[in-house]
Design a protein around this ligand. Sequence first.
Ligand code: COA
Length: 178
Amino acid sequence: MSSIFSPSLFSSIQFSRELLSDDAQIEALHADVFGPGRFVRAASAIREQGPHDRDLSFTARLDEQLIGSVRLSSIAVGEMRGHLLGPLAVLSDKRKAGIGKHLVNLGVEAARKAESKFVLLVGDAPYYWPMGFRPISVEAVRMPLPVTPGRLLVCELETRVMERLAGNVRHAHCIGRY
Ligand SMILES: CC(C)(COP(=O)(O)OP(=O)(O)OC[C@H]1O[C@@H](n2cnc3c(N)ncnc32)[C@H](O)[C@@H]1OP(=O)(O)O)[C@@H](O)C(=O)NCCC(=O)NCCS
């Protein structure tokens, strides 16, 4: 669907940390944007292992309507602790106004403040590249379901983390230190 949203309205959007009371609207947004296929993705398999981190997750609202959301979950790759970003979703008629990128940047900065070492996601490199994400080997960083090479992306929050990042990706809940 083409956008009917003016980028100049970006300043009217309220970005907030996610609240428990946002859950139903976020679920409705995910159902609308991703459809039933959302539960069979590699990143979903990680998210099913434990809760997302609400303190590092953000919403976008326009006139009280929830129009965008990003969630981060605490994970480990091997022994290194970081965060998984996603789902990221913006309502189809509110796109191309910078909401998605702003939500990603809010999540990454919150992860940095939480002393996370990296943010990992599965997504399109051309979209995430300007926000500091780079492809990492799907053989070195192993998701529970297959990921197309080039779609597993990392934003380093500590120097040269990518060189050291290797192992199975697990939700922090699974390693008993959540
Ligand atoms: C991806 C998404 C969150 C972007 O939201 P948004 O608010 O429109 O993003 P922004 O306004 O920050 O950026 C829009 C720009 O990114 C581009 N873009 C959007 N999705 C892209 C993609 N998958 N690959 C490359 N570029 C993309 C747009 O064409 C637009 O380019 P322009 O600025 O040159 O016009 C939104 O399109 C969405 O919800 N898509 C469906 C769900 C999804 O794919 N989520 C991401 C999973 S990895």
